[in-house]
Write a protein that binds this ligand. Structure first.
Ligand code: NDP
Length: 296
């Protein structure tokens, strides 16, 4: 039923990196008339074979649909593609959904530009890799005018997964993206470092893996518990006070530096914990640091 309805709809996808190609592929799969364009030619071969229409320029591509989804490396690239007179003239009265990752500030800047050119603008973030796009596992966040989101929601949902409209503040999807990728990249930095230290101690990635996954599984209940703690501003350290955490961190710094492995990330974390102790919070739980970091 959905694809019969969507067959009437057209969508343009600008940017055919791994993510843009996945988005365009999911739109095609859902039966939408899909027009694609990429700065570097030749990235559309597979999509054209699957029925997409190719465009010779960004302006030709956006002219083909009322809705354009752009997914390029960042908002500098979005500027390079959209903020040109020829493209802006065609976009007037049409909608752009920007699924490129960047900062809340850049989303607001693009929204200002769009408003000044009569372009209807939504900003979004994709919280999963490209492989789950088109499946129930994909996760999309959206921000911007609620009525505009409601208008394009059915087409966006052709991308599969869950779609959450976070509110009218155009920077909100990017704000969630920043916070969530903050978790992801510091965890990845920790894991990369852990692999190096483990290898120096003769432990392979394969040997570590089951226990590494176990460590990650500790986090969801901590995140759950942190909601109430941050709301109350109270971070009980009963099971694991900051004084105990810094001791554990110091062992990691010591062991990695003894192997000549840089411990900068862990030193930074240990430094934050020691400052919390210095301010009299040694008996609190580790997430007291969130409150201290936010203090002016
Ligand atoms: P990249 O982040 O590498 O972006 C590649 C795309 O950006 C290509 O289409 C490239 O065009 C285009 N591009 C780069 N610079 C410019 C420019 N100056 N002008 C025009 N186009 C430009 O690959 P992805 O497709 O993976 O990512 C796209 C976005 O999706 C990023 O913001 C990324 O953070 C986000 N994302 C990606 C995920 C993933 O797993 N891949 C997961 C979640 C979000 P060209 O081919 O001409 O170089």
């Amino acid at each position: 039923m959905m694809s019969m309805h969507l067959h009437q709809s057209a969508v343009t996808v600008l940017g055919l990196g791994p993510m843009g190609r996945a988005l365009a592929g999911a739109f095609l799969e859902a039966g939408l008339r899909t027009t694609v364009w990429n700065r570097t030619p030749g990235r559309d071969a597979d999509l054209l074979a699957r029925g997409a229409a190719g465009a010779r320029s960004a302006e030709e591509a956006v002219a083909a649909s009322a809705l354009t989804v752009i997914c390029v490396v960042n908002d500098d690239a979005v500027d390079a593609v959209l903020r040109r007179d020829a493209v802006a003239a065609v976009l007037k009265g049409r909608t752009v959904v920007n699924l490129s990752a960047d900062t809340p500030e850049r989303a607001r800047d693009l929204a200002d530009w769009a408003a000044g050119h009569g372009v209807r603008y939504l900003d979004g973030a994709i919280m999963t890799p490209n492989t789950p796009i088109g499946t129930p596992a994909a996760v999309f966040l959206h921000a911007g005018p609620a009525d505009l989101y409601a208008e394009h929601r059915t087409v966006l949902e052709a991308l599969g997964g869950t779609h959450t409209h976070l509110g009218e503040d155009i920077g909100r999807a990017a704000a969630y993206d920043i916070a969530l990728l903050d978790i992801f990249w510091t965890a990845m930095a920790g894991y990369a470092h852990a692999l190096a230290v483990a290898r120096a101690e003769g432990v392979t990635a394969r040997e570590l893996a089951p226990f590494a996954k176990g460590i990650v599984d500790i986090l969801p209940p901590i995140i759950e518990q942190s909601v109430e703690e941050t709301e109350r501003g109270d971070f009980p350290g009963d099971g694991n006070p900051i004084t105990s955490a810094v001791s554990s961190m110091a062992h990691i710094v010591h062991t990695s530096e003894a192997h000549g492995i840089d411990a900068g990330v862990m030193r930074a974390a240990e430094g934050m914990a020691r400052r919390a102790i210095g301010r009299g919070h040694g008996a609190d739980g580790f997430l007291r640091i969130a409150e201290l970091l936010g203090r002016r």
